[in-house]
Design a protein around this ligand. Sequence first.
Ligand code: SF4
Length: 719
Amino acid sequence: MIKADRVVSTTCPYCGVGCNLQLHVKDDYIFKVTSPFDAVVNQGNLCVKGRFGYDYIYHPKRVTKPLLRKTTQKPGERTQAFDRDEWREVSWDEALDYVADRLVEIYRRDGSDAMSVYCCAKATNEDNYLLQKMFRALFRTNNVDHCTRLCHAGSVVALQQALGSSAMSNTASEVIHNDVMMIVGSNTSENHPIIALQMKEAVSKYGAKMIVVDPRRIDLVDFADLWLPLKPGTNVPLLTAMAHVIVKEGLVNYEFIKNRTEGYEDFVESLEKFTPEYAEEISGVPADDIRAAARLYANAKNGAIYWGMGISQLSHGTASALALIHLAFLTGHVGREGTGLNPLRGQNNVQGASDMGSMPFHYPGYMRVDDEANAAKWEAAWNVEPGGLSRELGLTTTEILSHAHPGGVRALYIMGENPMMSEPNLNETRKHMGQLEFLVAQDLFINESGAFADVFLPATPFAEKDGTFTNTDRRVQRVRQAHAPRGNSRADWEIICDLARRIESRLGLATAKWTYSGPEEIFAEMASVVPDFAGITYERIAKTGLQYPVWDKNHPGTPFLFSETFPRGRGKFTSLDYVPVVEQVDDEYPFILTTGRVLEHWHGGTMTRNSDLDALYPEARVEIHPADAEIHGILDGMAVKVTSRRGEIVVRATVTEKTTVGVVFLSWHFAEAAANLLTIDALDPQAKIPEFKACAVQVFPARKEDLPNPDVVVARGRY
Ligand code: SF4
């Protein structure tokens, strides 16, 4: 048996559950990952990604030296370079001087609006805090965003509007205190596997009732009392019909309404047309099932709602999330242990990146950038002259790229994200990327977006740096270095500080401070301004982390929120209308495509497709219902072409009752058959989140030779 030189306690780099990992290290290699039974988040359980998905750290394709493109890239002629021969290895000094020169040149010529940055939901709080600080304090722009825009932006806007706080209200493990839970638009077993385990335990051991609202027959349906298989994009009528039933049948918690909410009367008026029969007509869910779900949730002692991107990734994602929030307000199922409103955040640190101000409308701590007092606080903290920070709302991820043209955005700095996989309508995204004047990629691998870059800055993965991640239930946890960075790669925060110093000296600005002894000092700077983190120190979170808000050094953290009041005061009802998805099916494109993730992979695949996890699930599959497959002459395992008005891919079909009639499902991890070539770039007007969950497609048999890798087949499945 191998004996470890050391065992390092850290936090999983994949999903928002935030499981504790023990990295067993021998000769500067991790050879095993375990987790202790007393781990507060995961009690020793890990999914396949956390347990085995660390080998990408040692993949030969990982870039560990700074690279410059050999051929100068020009707007309109920018090309992708995956081959190392198209790049030149350079020193850090050469790479960072070049980046500083080009960014400053563009800023001086075209001003703040030409500058933009994608922060990263996989990087630490400290990395994200510094990157948004660099663009705000030096380039005076709020064109700062990250992939929260693509996952829960609808939830964030709705929660801010209705409550004044967008975080998950309760602790995930409180699920065992629920007597009724609603799981809405979340394939929890594949996306948050350890929370799904706790949900199953709540049902099988503690007798909780589960309601699943999802167009797919996901794994949790086996544990549910009720499954409402709605047509994608019909959340608002279905959930508002539940509100209608709760009001009409007198199941309302009137005391909660009186003491804690506003806008109830107008809201009740707006419910009139949302009868269960009306909702059945639109959603396809039987009216009696809608009634049964409403009664079950409303009559619960501790009802809780957990939701995923089936709610938010719609052109009316904000309205969808509001429809859920209304149910909690009507019944008072919020503000107590074991209840609540719980958007399950996707990536390991999407909560933290948002908290750190990696968004175009907010500084760290969700302080609006257009609020004078907030701006003044950050000007003082960053040594920026009064009035120096921009008060203009910035562009979102989706808007940054569509503004890439002369007179618009000219420079983009991407830390760890992959818009060439994660944006909708990738053929259009490709055109926008090509229009950039200067592009920097800071990452581990040359992915589909980094391949467009002028400069590649090699960063370190989670196991080679220190810092913190914040999980889906607001727990700030330590990330610890297990071994030194490979090659010449450097931690993101170190790269940012080094670059910022060079930019600052070129601009002749007073220093915003870019010299830190380490991530602990960076965190302390942020916490000195953001009250939610005032009581968090590295010492206090050494073992189990703390759930913010933590108001002072003696505060124990906050497992659940809103016990007395909401941050905005009263919870606000908003009257809703049913707005259909933008693209309706027709004879030419008769299926609704909905997209999501599978257990073995993560996002655009930069990590998992460079891991042995890829061998477990090596190809994209489209799921189609047996009834649809028969009509279209499609057999299980057959090559099929999936087309939309925007693009086409060839994949193998999985014929399964996991999907419903008229709905097909694709995961979006596979560059060679990218689901986002098909998706539509329609946006929610408030949250600017794209409609990933519904567009119209056609599916028909193709030739096996047209598959991107005809000999690669998923060897097993869970269908
Ligand atoms: S459930 Fe999420 S955090 Fe836990 S091991 Fe799996 S991917 Fe990591």
